[in-house]
Write a protein that binds this ligand. Structure first.
Ligand code: ATP
Length: 210
């Protein structure tokens, strides 16, 4: 379980650019949560705080009953590395490497067998040895999800993963994210894309913090 309690975050040298104000949300295993809201409402910021990539200015982040902000940054990093898979906005794959090589880069001491198994999980086992530049946009996003899954995380945070994909590819990515939640993970996706609605279990709508 991951809980954000009254978290706020501002950017800028003296915190003059509010990005997220007094926001609370509970993410539980088995949930696929859609974070929606207008551009600039703080979706990526909230995602970054939940995924332990960003520190909030105030409020609490509670990860499996433990206040994370009370921990030092090395403990937070350790928790993130162990428990959180992150699927970034653009897939950030190495185009000249194969799908399995890209997945293997996610972890130290990873094996081809584990990488192929993660690719199987996203329906791409047969593409494991293809260079990612030869895959479609939707397939590349699924490789990116396999990379996030390689460490068997309890939670997956995805930022705007499918907005640019056609209906078929977007649907396959959303269906996959839902299946990961149905497996018992926490899945959180920030998105402008209303096609996600049919696949999520709940929605948090953000309003602009300014
Ligand atoms: N690194 C940063 N430095 C300064 N301001 C930032 C930074 N990151 C985000 N912001 C500002 O914080 C606010 C929230 O940004 P954020 O990216 O979280 O919103 P978003 O809802 O994800 O937006 P979008 O839908 O356009 O991706 C915006 O006003 C943005 O300009």
């Amino acid at each position: 379980m991951i809980e954000l309690r009254n978290v706020s975050k501002s950017y800028g040298r003296s915190g003059t650019m509010p990005a997220l104000a007094q926001t609370s949300v509970l993410f539980e295993r088995g949930q696929f949560v859609w974070i929606s809201g207008p551009s600039g409402s703080g979706k990526s910021t909230l995602l970054g705080i939940g995924a332990l990539l960003l520190r909030s200015d105030s409020g609490d982040v509670i990860f499996d009953g433990k206040k994370v902000d009370a921990e030092g940054s090395s403990e937070r990093d350790r928790l993130r590395r162990r428990s959180v898979g992150i699927v970034p906005q653009s897939s950030r794959l190495f185009p000249e490497l194969t799908a399995s090589q890209n997945v293997m880069l996610a972890r130290r001491r990873s094996s081809v067998v584990d990488a192929v198994s993660a690719l199987d999980r996203v329906g791409l086992g047969e593409f494991a040895h293809r260079k990612t530049k030869t895959l479609s946009g939707g397939q590349q996003q699924r490789v990116s999800i396999a990379r996030a899954l390689a460490k068997k995380p309890a939670a997956v945070f995805a930022d705007e993963v499918s907005s640019s994909l056609d209906d078929q590819n977007a649907e396959s990515v959303y269906r996959l994210l839902r299946a990961l939640a149905d497996d018992g993970r926490i899945v959180v996706a920030a998105s402008h894309d209303h096609r996600i609605e049919a696949f999520v279990t709940s929605r948090l709508m953000l309003e602009s913090a300014t």
